[in-house]
Write a protein that binds this ligand. Sequence first.
Ligand code: ADP
Ligand code: MG
Length: 185
Amino acid sequence: MKEVKATLRKKLLQKRRSLSLKAWQYKSQQICDHLQAFPLFGEAKTILTYFSFRQEPDLSSLFALNKVWGVPRCVEKSLSWHVFPSDFPTQTGAYGMTEPHPEAPILTVDRVDLILVPCVACDLSGYRLGYGGGFYDRLFSSPHWADKPTIGIVFQFGLIEALAIDPWDRPLQFICTEAGIEFPG
Ligand code: ADP
Ligand code: MG
């Protein structure tokens, strides 16, 4: 199973890397437009998001909207969420990911209305393939986080029919690609 996931991950990451800058920007903007038109997004006051890494869909044009934004910092095996922007500058963490400053204000789970989850791949049941760290699986396995609305963010070529899944994989509620929002069945 580990190998099946690793092979697909590698293939899709290569494909994402090969997107031209223009295509990446255009598709990212389409994803932002679909999110903005989605009621769940419109109603959410506090939203967890991410800084685009390795040509992940770029959601940064949304950060100017009047929301409270949270971004993750990897702390050992878990994610700690911080308000963005804040008085503290972002920094470069493990693997070259941009992350919030450790002293930036913490965003507690009770405030969170919606989580935008970066994906290497998603499937039509809402299952997600990440980078292999299991960070979001671990997050959603915790009772306080399990019920939060989630939208997986992925380019259309990463939305596949059925992923190979492990018992710890947690499905997402919605998927957003440049073609629109999917409602996994
Ligand atoms: P990803 O979801 O990032 O694609 P995987 O699903 O392959 O990665 O998970 C990677 C690792 O995370 C696995 O080795 C798994 O043991 C670990 N993991 C996932 N969920 C949990 C959890 N709830 N508690 C502890 N470890 C977990
Ligand atoms: Mg997983």
